[in-house]
Write a new protein. Structure first.
Length: 451
C-alpha cells in the first residue's frame, strides 16, 4: 500500500511539473512543449492551469493538517469551477475571458475560440474537482470511484481516438483532446484513487487476495491495449490498402489471440499462487498454531499485532485488543484434572471462534490466557465483542460446573507500541480480577477514572 501512496504523490508532482513546462512553452512561444507529437493538437494554457491546480490538490490531500486539507478543498473547487466555466462558454457562447492568455495557432484548424481547452478536458476537470471534494469530506467514496472511472473513460477514449488520428484518419470530437491532456487526466484519476489504498476500488488492487493480484497484473494491459489495437489496425488498413473485411478479420484474430494469452497467463498465475499458498499454509500452521485449541500461538499473535500497528501508523486504521483470562483455572485443574482443564481450553477456543469476524485474530497467549485482535474496531465495538464472549461462557454447558473469564479491553492509540498496548489491556484485566472476576474492564474507562 505504501507504493500506492508514493505513486499518488509522484502523480501530483508530475501534474505540476508538466503544467509548468507547458505554461513556460506558451509564454516563450515554444508551443511544441505543449504537444507530444509535433504538428498535433497542443494542450491549452487553461488546461495547464487546471493540471497545476489538480496537482496541488492531490499533494495537499496527503498532509493531515487542517490547513492542507482546506487548501486541497479550495483547489478542488477551483478546478471544478474552471471546467464548468469552459463548458458554459461552449454551451451558451459566452466569453468569460479565460481563453486569451496566449496566441493559439491551433484555433483556426480546430474551429473553436483561441486558447480554449477541449470539451472533454473541461468535463475531466469537473470530475477531478468532484473527486477532490469527496476526498476532503471523506464521504460517498462510491461516488468518488464512479467519478474516477468517468475520468479514466474520457482518457482512454481520447487515447484510442488519437491512435486512429495518428494512423492517418482525422477524428472529430476526440481528436480535439491532446494526447498529453488525456494521459494526465488518466494519471490524475489513478493518483486520487491511489491516495486511499484501503478503501473503494483501490482496496481490491492492494489486497493480498487473488483479486488483488489479478488487478495489479491486468489493469495496465487492459488500459493500453485498446489504444494500441486501434492505432495498429487503422494504420494497416489506411497505409496498406487492405479492405475493411480483411482488417476486421485480422483485428478479430489478434484480439482473440490476446484474450486467449491473457486467460492462459491468468490460469498459470492462479495455479502457481494456489500451490505456493498451500505450501505456505502448511508451514505457517506448523509454526504459528496452538495444537490444543486450534488458535494461533504467541508467535502468530506477535506477527499479527505488529502488522496492525503498522497499518495504524501508516493508514490510521483503528483496532482493539482483548485479553481473556480464565478465572480460577489452577483450582479447576487441581480439582478435576488436566484432561478436564484441556477440554476447557478447547471449548474456550471454540467460543472465541464463534464470536469472531473473518478478519479478527484469536490467539492462545499463554497458559489459560487468550488474546483477541479486532481490526477496524474501536473501543465500543470491542466492548460489544467482549460482552458476547462473556455471554457465551455463561451459556455454555460446562461438564464440571460454570467456567467464567475476566476480559481486559484496550483500543490501540497513535504511536503506541505492542508492549504498551498489551500492558494497558493487561492492567484492565487485572482490575477485573481484583474486583471479583467474571468482569469486563475497559482500559479507557480506567484512564478516565484515574484522571
Amino acid at each position: 500500500m505504501r507504493h500506492f501512496l508514493v505513486f499518488s504523490r509522484v502523480v501530483g508532482l508530475l501534474l505540476i511539473g508538466v503544467a509548468l513546462s507547458v505554461l513556460l512553452g506558451w509564454s516563450r512561444g515554444l508551443v511544441m512543449l505543449a504537444a507530444v507529437v509535433p504538428g498535433q493538437v497542443t494542450m491549452k494554457p487553461s488546461a495547464a492551469i487546471g493540471f497545476l491546480i489538480a496537482g496541488g490538490a492531490l499533494l495537499l490531500a496527503h498532509h493531515g493538517g487542517r490547513a492542507a486539507r482546506a487548501g486541497s478543498t479550495v483547489c478542488s473547487v477551483s478546478l471544478l469551477l474552471l471546467g464548468a466555466a469552459v463548458l458554459v462558454q461552449y454551451l451558451w457562447g459566452a466569453d468569460l475571458g479565460i481563453d486569451h492568455l496566449f496566441p493559439d495557432p491551433d484555433a483556426g484548424r480546430l474551429g473553436r475560440p483561441p486558447g480554449r481547452m477541449a470539451e472533454l478536458a473541461a468535463v475531466g476537470f469537473m470530475l477531478l474537482g468532484g473527486i477532490g471534494l469527496l476526498m476532503a469530506v471523506d464521504r460517498w467514496l462510491w461516488l468518488r470511484d464512479f467519478l474516477a472511472l468517468g475520468v479514466i473513460a474520457i482518457a482512454m477514449v481520447g487515447l484510442a481516438s488519437y491512435g486512429v488520428t495518428l494512423a492517418g484518419q482525422r477524428g472529430e470530437l476526440f481528436s480535439h483532446l491532446p494526447i498529453l491532456t488525456a494521459v494526465l487526466l488518466l494519471l490524475g484519476a489513478l493518483g486520487w484513487m491511489s491516495a486511499t489504498p484501503t478503501v473503494g476500488l483501490t482496496r481490491v488492487a492492494t489486497a493480498d487476495s487473488l483479486g488483488g493480484v489479478l488487478a495489479r497484473r491486468l489493469l495496465l494491459p487492459s488500459l493500453l491495449l485498446p489504444a494500441a489495437f486501434s492505432f495498429a489496425f487503422k494504420a494497416l488498413q489506411l497505409r496498406s490498402g487492405v479492405s475493411d473485411a480483411f482488417a476486421l478479420a485480422l483485428a478479430a484474430l489478434f484480439t482473440g489471440g490476446t484474450v486467449a494469452c491473457l486467460i492462459w497467463w491468468v490460469a498459470a498465475l492462479l495455479d502457481r499462487i494456489e500451490r505456493h499458498r498451500d505450501e505456505f499454509k502448511v508451514l505457517r500452521d506448523h509454526a504459528t498454531t496452538d495444537t490444543l485449541t486450534g488458535l494461533i500461538n504467541r508467535r502468530g499473535f506477535d506477527a499479527a499485532i505488529s502488522e496492525l500497528l503498522r497499518r495504524k501508523k501508516h493508514f490510521g486504521m483503528p483496532f482493539s485488543l482483548l485479553l481473556v483470562d480464565l478465572d480460577s483455572f489452577k483450582n479447576y485443574n487441581d480439582r478435576f484434572g488436566h484432561l478436564a482443564g484441556d477440554e476447557v481450553l478447547q471449548r474456550t477456543g471454540r467460543i472465541l471462534r464463534d464470536v469472531m469476524r473473518p478478519l479478527d485474530v484469536a490467539a492462545r497467549y499463554g497458559g489459560e490466557e487468550f488474546a483477541v485482535l479486532l481490526p477496524e474496531a474501536g473501543i465500543t465495538a470491542a466492548a460489544a465483542v467482549a460482552t458476547r464472549i462473556a455471554e457465551k461462557f455463561h451459556g455454555d454447558g460446562w461438564p464440571n460446573g460454570p467456567v467464567t473469564a475476566s476480559i481486559g479491553v484496550a483500543e490501540a492509540m497513535s504511536g503506541e507500541t505492542a508492549s504498551e498496548l498489551i500492558a494497558r489491556a493487561d492492567g484492565a484485566l487485572y482490575e477485573g480480577k481484583r474486583t471479583g472476576r467474571d468482569r469486563i474492564v475497559l482500559a479507557e474507562a480506567m484512564r478516565k477514572s484515574a484522571a
